[in-house]
Write a protein that binds this ligand. Sequence first.
Ligand code: ADP
Ligand code: MG
Length: 325
Amino acid sequence: MPVGEFELIERYFRDRGARRADVLLGVGDDAAIVRVPPDQELVLALDVINGGIHFPDGSAGAAVGHRALAVNLSDLAAMGADPAWALLGLSLPAADEAWIADFADGFAGLANRFGVAWVGGDTTRGPLSASVMAAGLVPVAQALRRAGAIPGDEVWVSGTPGDAAAGLALLQGRIRSAAPARAELVRRFEYPEPRVGLGCSLRGIASACIDVSDGLAGDLGRLCAASGVGAELDAARLPLSPALLAAAGPDSARVFALTGGDDYELLFTAPPVMRPRLEARAGGPQLSRIGTIVTGAGVCVSGAPPGCEPGHGFDHFARGPADSR
Ligand code: ADP
Ligand code: MG
């Protein structure tokens, strides 16, 4: 490496995230020390992203830095936790300083925006990979979980799922689109927005929650399995962005929304009595009611478009049209 590991850390990683009074010791010692308030629980998440697998080779440093932290903040959001601290394990094939500076900007930019202190990590040479451990706080016994949905609960999703998967398909040349829609969808893939504020605001409202990383229908299946229930999704209620509709058309847009990954939207359930509060919510991402929790197991999709085959993230879609709720 033209520049040494310690210089890299000093130059690009030190004192970059948010400043927090609860950080007693940050980058520079053998480990960080933080203070956890007695009325809070510590929520921990770790996600690894690898070049060529979780992001395309040749991705801009800022996009990779952003993604590395965003996917972890999304996991904390799905738990209803307020993010506080992060550690980064970065493996780099070579010290391309411009790329590293860009990566650090992407990571630190998101960290600062959500008040996350970047308290340490490890830097090694190897295939391009970023492992982040993020930690957050939630008031005692208020964390959201995948388990907790009961029959009669309504299924909600934030934002417009499918955009990120279409953005990746555009980058990979699997679909084509005109400039404005293309730029919007690629941005949605490269810079996923973790739904931190929403996750925290769902404490005491949502009965179960998961973030959509592998595809809406499949992730709903995981929430259902954890809760011991089934779900009926109404494909006609899926919120589809104008950009996705422009790039993919209505049928294909629904396939992207149901099965595409990398959205990092929140998928949650809530009893019908919470509907007015969710509908009245001001600010933050759009929320859409897309289905109902039922007894049994598995996810049924009514009105699923052609091309949505079982195994693409959900079990079957055999039931009739959803009742109009
Ligand atoms: P050690 O050998 O004791 O594990 P390191 O040389 O790996 O220490 O790290 C020195 C300091 O720099 C530590 O405080 C560590 O947390 C920090 N550090 C190393 N890599 C990173 C990184 N990628 N991001 C943030 N901090 C880092
Ligand atoms: Mg040490």
